[in-house]
Design a protein. Structure first.
Lengths: 189, 192
């Protein structure tokens, strides 16, 4: 009798362990998470528009239908990335996700404070290897550190009314996400 | 021989309890790090690196991308202010004011996070579209059939949820109560 009681108690305790392990493992083993859904539709280090957030075409659940979105799947293994997003009329934001869907950084047009959101994305190693040249570490250069070598950048522009959707899409179509080596170095005057 | 049976029972209980709990928490969510104001619930840390493991599991399971904290915050409601589950066959009235934010959107989703198809192609309102009263407050009617004023169609589905997203807003990790973030009330009117 006592043995069965131990079995049940032990089972419940062990169940707690199984629960904790499976919760922690779920982001790693989930096959239908946002990154896995978008991955086949995107090209590495290229900005691609995401399908409209309407029933039938929305690539992910809980997309805001008032926004036009575009995404760039990045891979920093061959160098850092320069991102340029022109801001739309109403509201534009850029969010950075790791390859397991953690939003580690997000910025909107107002906090960027310019007509174009310009960011450099690199791994902590690449940042450490930056030369301490005054020209390069200029204050107007916003550097984001990515915790993982691959991930997603999602750019979103608000269409405050349905009629402004075309305009929001045009603004995002001009966005670029390129390896630093492919971009000519900006010259300071 | 008895020992083997006991061990098998232990393992079986462990599997059922463990995976059952995980499935339950990943589907329904847990009250860790949530901010509840009236019928609305938000997870201020979901859009940061400090996201808790339960929220990460829920995000991985649903397949959504959480809004980054520097972008905005999402409030969800699946019941009215009195605690009754939202029913797409009833008239639901969302009225009041929203916390300070540059823009907000109010959107209807089904329980899986899909938009509800309708002939009007209207899935939600933005703060700019919504018609307001002279004091700045607004009233949105969510109903299966057309209503005067701000109407959001439900397509007659039985269960749905409302998402109120605030963009570029001070509401976030530091927000505690209704005083910091006045949110609209949700009331169920008649059912058809």
């Amino acid at each position: 009798m006592i043995r069965w009681l131990f079995a049940i108690l032990g089972g419940i305790l062990l169940g707690g362990v199984v629960h904790l392990v499976s919760v922690l493992a779920l982001p790693r083993i989930a096959s239908q998470d946002a990154y896995a859904r978008l991955d086949p539709t995107l090209k590495v280090n290229t900005v691609m528009p995401l399908p409209d957030a309407v029933p039938g075409t929305a690539p992910m659940p809980f997309m805001d239908p008032a926004f036009a979105s575009a995404a760039c799947k990045y891979d920093l293994s061959t160098g850092s990335i320069k991102l340029r997003v022109p801001v739309s009329q109403a509201y534009t934001s850029v969010s950075f996700y790791t390859n397991d869907d953690v939003a580690y950084y997000a910025i909107n047009d107002r906090s960027a404070g310019r007509k174009v959101i310009e960011l450099d994305l690199m791994t902590p190693q690449q940042k450490a290897a930056l030369p301490e040249d005054e020209d390069i570490t200029a204050a107007d250069r916003l550097i984001i550190e990515s915790p993982t070598p691959t991930g997603l950048i999602v750019m979103r522009a608000l269409a405050a009314e349905p009629g402004l959707m075309a305009q929001a899409k045009t603004a995002l179509a001009a966005a670029s996400c390129k390896l630093q080596t492919e971009v000519s170095q900006p010259r300071r005057r | 021989m008895r020992l083997i049976f006991v061990l098998i029972l232990t393992m079986a209980i462990a599997t059922v309890v463990g995976l059952g709990l995980t499935w339950n928490t990943a589907t329904r969510g847990v009250e860790i790090g949530t901010l509840t104001i009236g019928p609305w619930t938000a997870r201020p840390r979901i859009g940061t690196s400090e996201i808790d493991p339960y929220a990460r599991a829920a995000v991985a399971r649903s397949g959504e991308l959480p809004i980054g904290a520097g972008d905005g915050i999402t409030f969800r409601a699946d019941a009215d202010t009195a605690g009754k589950k939202l029913d797409g066959r009833c008239d639901v009235i969302v009225s009041g004011v929203t916390p300070p934010a540059r823009f907000w959107t109010l959107t209807v989703y089904d329980t899986k996070g899909k938009l509800v198809a309708n002939t009007l192609n209207r899935y939600g309102f933005t703060s700019q579209e919504v018609v307001r009263a002279s004091d700045g407050s607004f009233t949105v009617r969510i109903a299966p059939r057309a209503r005067a004023g701000n109407w959001l169609p439900t397509g007659g589905i039985s269960r749905y949820q409302l998402l109120l997203r605030l963009y570029d807003t001070p509401v976030g990790v530091a927000t505690r109560s209704q005083k910091d973030a006045p949110l609209p009330s949700i009331t169920m009117a008649g059912c058809s």
